[in-house]
Structures are given as structure tokens and as C-alpha cells.
Design a protein around this ligand. Structure first.
Ligand code: GDD
Ligand code: MN
Length: 388
């Protein structure tokens, strides 16, 4: 259902999920109409989950008779079953034509008078997300019993300590954001906590909290039961895992690059030790090989141990399928030999042509060859982007 008085695309879409809210929904829709900024086209979207008390039908009937307010349209999405608050909000967002989304409850706990302040804050602080907050100075909660206060506080602490969220009221159900910030986001949409998902999955966006007074509903009853609490725990666990994975991926490219280079050089140093020990071992330890043969075994051993350590540790590659591993090994040996030749040539050039002292030349040549070796192996042996 749509009351089209204005064909233009709305600028703000207000998402209002309902389940058995027949005593509240018309009041909230009216109150929104009275409070939204007059110069901004606003679209309210009621998302009803086939409420047994007829909330959805009530809104449909209301829209047939109501005198339309300029700049304010109301849509209703009728879903067939009760599918949870988060998923209702997502359905609403899909329908939204505004670039700015406001999410709020339908039971008048979220005062529509705050909406213009949220919209202003988005502009004024140039932020992506504004949260109406009960837990910053100036905000409060009226009408909740001790138990309900406890549940809310506990959930808030879990979100802050467990997920590292810095917001004072991450459990808020009342917030406004620029729609583009959730583009491409994959929501779990479990239970109530859609805002928390945005906070965890969108680190680094600009956020502002503004205070408001939450007043418990006068009509109908809360849908937050034990099922929602279990859902909450599920979503916390999911988001926690998500956070861990993101942490690993989040590293700046420079940090990743240089930590890999450092591991590569460490492996090289270990290789020198391996080379030395194995050569000695074969020359006059377990066997009495000719020293040239012993050194050859030493070189092959250290190249092999270097290869394995770099594969597993430096480049985190645990794929040991035969063909692939052999190809990598071949390239690694080739690059190492090239590195040795390069080093030799460079030392010659620095000492004989540039007249630089041998110790200094050696350091330069070893460093250059090792770095070149790292780059070649990163790119060609382990097929990584050079800078990622
Ligand atoms: N479509 C749909 N489907 N709407 C739902 C569903 C659902 O499955 N479950 C709840 N709603 C609607 C309700 O009709 C109401 O408009 C809104 O979602 C919030 O539900 P309440 O049951 O009134 O929640 P509450 O008052 O206990 O919890 C409030 O405070 C929490 C913070 O402590 C809400 O604002 C929560 O979002 C908030 O996390
Ligand atoms: Mn409520």
C-alpha cells in the first residue's frame, strides 16, 4: 500500500517493525508525521510479520482514509510469518528509497522528537551512523524493572568487553545511518541485534551518540523473551569469530609485508646454521665424505629446510599437494641460486670496481640478494601480491 502524494524519491526512510502493535502503530505513525523535518521527504516503512492482532490490516485501512501529509509517505510490508526483528529491519531497508535510514520501535519507547536531532547530527558531525543512546549523559530509561535493567546492562557489557565495541549503547534499537555504509555487508540477522552487527562489521565509520529518554511501552507487551536472549548469545559468538578473522585480515599492508620479510630473513639465517652443521656432520661426523660432497649436501639440506620453513611459516601455505609443492620447490631453488650468483657479481662489482671494503660490500650484497630473493619467492613461488 502506498499513499502517493509525492512522486519524488524519499530522502529519509524510517523502518518500523511491528508484531502485535495494534494499540501503538497508528499513534507512532501520526507522531512521526508531526515531528519529521518539514523540508525533507520522508518515507515510513512498517514491516509487519502477519501480527495476529491485525496490526498490518489496521495500517492498510488507516492509509485508505487518512488525510495525507505533504512530504510524508507510508508503506507497509506484509511478511507472512514472524521472522525476528533484525530480519524485519533488513526487509524494510530493502524497500527503502531514502539514502538515510532511521530504525525505531513502534511502541513509542523511541520518541520521534529525536529523529530531527539524529538527522542533524548526521550532517553536523559528518558521520555515517547516529545512535540514540540511553547510556550517555542526558539519556535515561523510565519504567523498566530491575530484572530488565540487569539484562540490558549485562548485554551491553558483553558487547563492549567481548567485542571491543566502544559505543555506550550498542544495544540501542533506535539509530540512523547512511544507507551506503551497509552496501555489501553480509548480515547474520539473528534476533534483535542488527546495530551490533553494523558496529562489529563496519569498524572505522564515523559514529555519534545522542542522548534520549527511553520510556517503556504503555500498551502491548515486549517480545524480548528467553528466545531473544539465546539468539543474543548466538550472535555474540558469531560476531566474536568474525572479529577474530577480521583482526587477522585487518593488518596494514606495510606491516604484513615487513613481518613476512623479517620471517624470510630469519629463515635464511637458520639456513646458514643448517648448512654449516650438516656439512660438518657429513665431512667428519657420521661419514667421511670429501668436503666438496659434504658441502653440497649441506647446501641442498639448507635450501630444503628454508623452503619448508618459508612455505609453512613465512607464507602460511599448508597446501602440500605433490605437483604444486615440487613446482614451488623448483622455483625456490632456482631463485636461491640466482640470488647466490647475484651476490657474487655484486661483491665483485663493489670491491673491484667501486673500491669498497670487502666487509661492507658483503653486507650490501647479501642484503640486496636476500631482499631480491624474498620478492621473487613472494611473487612467483608463493603467488602472493607483492604489496597486500
Ligand atoms: N516485524 C517484526 N518481527 N517486528 C518485531 C519482531 C518480529 O519478529 N519482534 C519485535 N518486533 C518489533 C516490536 O513490535 C517493536 O516495535 C520492536 O520490534 C521492539 O520490540 P519490543 O518487544 O518492544 O522490544 P523491547 O522494548 O523489549 O526492546 C527494546 O530495547 C532493547 C534494548 O534494551 C528494543 O528497542 C530493542 O531493539 C532494544 O535492543
Ligand atoms: Mn519495546
Amino acid at each position: 500500500m502506498r499513499n502517493n502524494i509525492i512522486e519524488n524519491k524519499a530522502q529519509i526512510s524510517i523502518i518500523i517493525p511491528t508484531y502485535n502493535e495494534s494499540q501503538n502503530i497508528l499513534n507512532i505513525l501520526k507522531s512521526i508525521g508531526e515531528n519529521i523535518p518539514k523540508n525533507i521527504l520522508t518515507q515510513a516503512i512498517v514491516v509487519d510479520d502477519n501480527s495476529p492482532d491485525g496490526t498490518g490490516k489496521l495500517v492498510d485501512d488507516y492509509l485508505k482514509n487518512v488525510k495525507k501529509i505533504a512530504g510524508y509517505t507510508i508503506d507497509v510490508i506484509h511478511r507472512t510469518t514472524k521472522n525476528g526483528l533484525s530480519s524485519a529491519i533488513l526487509s524494510g531497508i530493502q524497500r527503502a528509497s531514502g539514502d538515510t535510514i532511521v530504525v525505531m520501535d513502534s511502541d513509542l519507547s523511541h520518541p520521534p522528537q529525536i529523529i530531527p536531532k539524529m538527522i542533524d547530527a548526521l550532517k553536523q558531525y559528518q558521520c555515517d551512523l547516529v545512535i540514540a543512546s540511553r547510556y550517555i549523559t542526558g539519556g535515561k530509561i523510565l519504567g523498566w524493572n530491575k530484572k530488565r535493567q540487569m539484562i540490558s546492562k549485562t548485554a551491553t557489557i558483553i558487547a563492549k568487553k567481548g567485542l571491543g565495541v566502544k559505543i555506550k549503547d550498542p544495544m540501542s534499537g533506535f539509530f540512523a545511518f547512511k544507507k551506503n555504509i551497509i552496501a555489501g555487508l553480509n548480515f547474520d540477522a539473528i534476533g534483535y541485534k542488527i546495530l551490533l552487527e553494523i558496529l562489529v562489521k563496519k569498524r572505522g565509520i564515523q559514529i555519534k551518540e545522542i542522548p534520549y529518554t527511553f520510556e517503556d511501552r504503555k500498551f502491548g507487551s515486549s517480545k524480548l523473551g528467553s528466545g531473544i536472549i539465546i539468539d543474543y548469545i548466538k550472535s555474540i559468538l558469531k560476531l566474536y569469530k568474525y572479529g577474530k578473522i577480521a583482526e587477522k585480515q585487518e593488518k596494514r599492508p606495510s606491516v604484513k609485508f615487513f613481518s613476512k620479510a623479517a620471517r624470510f630473513f630469519t629463515v635464511g639465517t637458520i639456513g646458514l646454521g643448517v648448512n654449516y652443521l650438516i656439512s660438518l656432520l657429513f665431512a667428519d661426523g657420521i661419514s667421511n665424505l670429501w668436503y666438496i660432497h659434504a658441502t653440497t649436501i649441506g647446501i641442498i639440506s639448507s635450501m630444503t629446510s628454508n623452503f619448508l620453513l618459508n612455505k609453512i611459516w613465512t607464507f602460511n601455505d599448508s597446501d602440500f599437494s605433490l605437483i604444486k609443492t615440487l613446482k614451488q620447490y623448483g622455483k625456490f631453488i632456482t631463485f636461491s641460486s640466482l640470488g647466490a650468483l647475484l651476490q657474487l657479481g655484486l661483491v665483485f662489482y663493489l670491491v673491484d670496481i667501486q673500491n669498497i671494503s670487502y666487509p661492507i660490500s658483503l653486507i650490501g650484497a647479501v642484503g640486496f640478494a636476500a631482499f631480491g630473493n624474498f620478492i621473487l619467492n613472494k611473487k612467483w613461488t608463493f603467488k602472493e601480491k607483492l604489496w597486500n
